[in-house]
Design a protein around this ligand. Structure first.
Ligand SMILES: Cc1cc2nc3c(=O)[nH]c(=O)nc-3n(C[C@H](O)[C@H](O)[C@H](O)COP(=O)(O)OP(=O)(O)OC[C@H]3O[C@@H](n4cnc5c(N)ncnc54)[C@H](O)[C@@H]3O)c2cc1C
Length: 334
């Protein structure tokens, strides 16, 4: 019989589990139920009490590695914490979120336990055997993987499962001791860009895509790139949306054409860009060509604003298309 361990860690408050940790708890709970397997939750947090009570109804066994050393992400301490939790749980399957914290250490921990690992998992299912799905070749080919070797580590992509949510219950937590080697890395603090400077927001409800039309000559004969930049940033500030771009728009800098200075290739959506997951997407001044739209595979509800009634969006690629001037529409979105 399989025995499942789900590895989780606290967010920057130190008390609550991260959203992707809770998503992984949901996935692990469903898998355990379908396989009649035992489920253990492992928590890495400075103090695991609050996190444990939030997931107490998911599992009767909760293990934790706690203490000051585990407040911050650091390879040596996180790897030691995960290794200790895995050894204590003696699990055959280890599910963990693809957070920057665990992505860094999971392969090393799998190696220490003489196990195997698969990453970018989007779903796990099983009855007699475990089947994990992931996408290849720019999200075009979905593969279903199964393995004999144990322990098998699976890193789950964010946004692929609803986060675990239940009434907090009193939890009894087994503290797992970790023998830490001398650490050479001291975390002295965080430096992060201001909230409105960070335009890629994977947790946002809405993806706002800017296309090359924003910097092209408009019907009045003018290029209004500066105004376009203000409108887009204002919209992002108010809506909290994540900013995507077409390839044409982010390539323009290199071509010496007008650019939106806050866009980089990291914003590009599509065949040669990203394939983010958001509940809704709004495309603006973008033609909706196939190499761009393949990046919208995981956007559930799609809308577009384009001047061109024959654009790709109107040809079946969006749920709603507004044939309108995006400058006017976005100026009115509050
Ligand atoms: C191998 C390959 C890989 C590629 N990979 C990608 C990729 O990953 N991502 C990607 O995006 N592209 C990719 N492309 C390019 C893609 O085919 C398109 O060229 C690109 O997406 C076009 O960008 P666009 O729609 O922003 O620009 P355009 O085609 O220039 O369209 C601009 C649109 O804006 C509209 N517009 C202008 N002004 C306004 C206004 N005021 N209001 C409303 N609408 C307005 C115009 O009507 C027009 O429809 C790839 C191409 C190839 C060959």
């Amino acid at each position: 019989m399989e025995s499942i361990l789900v590895l989780t860690h606290a967010d920057e408050t130190g008390a609550n589990l991260t959203r992707s940790s809770l998503e992984t708890v949901s996935a692990a709970q469903q898998l355990a139920a379908s396989m009649n397997a035992t489920l253990t939750v492992g928590i890495v947090a400075v103090d695991a009490a609050a996190a444990a009570s939030a997931v107490a109804s998911a599992s009767s066994r909760i293990l934790a590695v706690s203490g000051e050393a585990f407040i911050h992400a650091r390879y040596a301490t996180d790897a030691a914490a995960c290794e200790a939790l895995c050894r204590a749980a003696q699990a055959t399957l280890v599910l963990a979120p693809s957070s920057s914290r665990f992505v860094r250490v999971a392969a090393g921990v799998a190696h220490r336990l003489n196990g195997v690992i698969d990453t970018h998992i989007t779903s796990v299912a099983g009855a007699d055997s475990v089947q994990a799905s992931r996408w290849f070749y720019r999200q075009r080919v979905e593969a279903v993987l199964s393995r004999e070797k144990r322990p098998w580590f699976l890193l789950l992509d964010a946004g692929t499962c609803a986060p675990f949510a239940a009434e907090p219950l009193p939890a009894s937590v087994e503290q797992v001791a970790v023998e830490l080697a001398v650490t050479r890395t001291a975390v002295t603090g965080f430096r992060t860009p201001a909230q409105d400077a960070q335009t890629i927001r994977p947790d946002a409800n809405v993806l706002f895509v800017a296309g090359a039309g924003w910097t092209k000559k408009q019907p009045d004969g003018q290029v209004r790139a500066a105004e376009a930049g203000d409108l887009i940033l204002n919209f992002l500030r108010k809506s909290g949306a994540s900013l995507g771009s077409s390839k044409s728009l982010v390539d323009q800098g290199g071509d010496g054409q007008p650019v939106l200075p806050f866009l980089t290739h990291m914003n590009q959506i599509g065949q040669t860009g990203a394939t983010p997951r958001h509940a809704k997407g709004l495309s603006t001044c973008c033609h909706g060509e196939e190499p761009h739209v393949v990046g919208w595979r995981f956007i559930n509800e799609r809308r577009a604003i384009s001047l061109d009634p024959n654009c790709g969006w109107t040809r079946g690629k969006a749920d709603v298309v507004y044939i309108a001037d995006a400058f006017k529409v976005v100026a009115n979105l509050r």
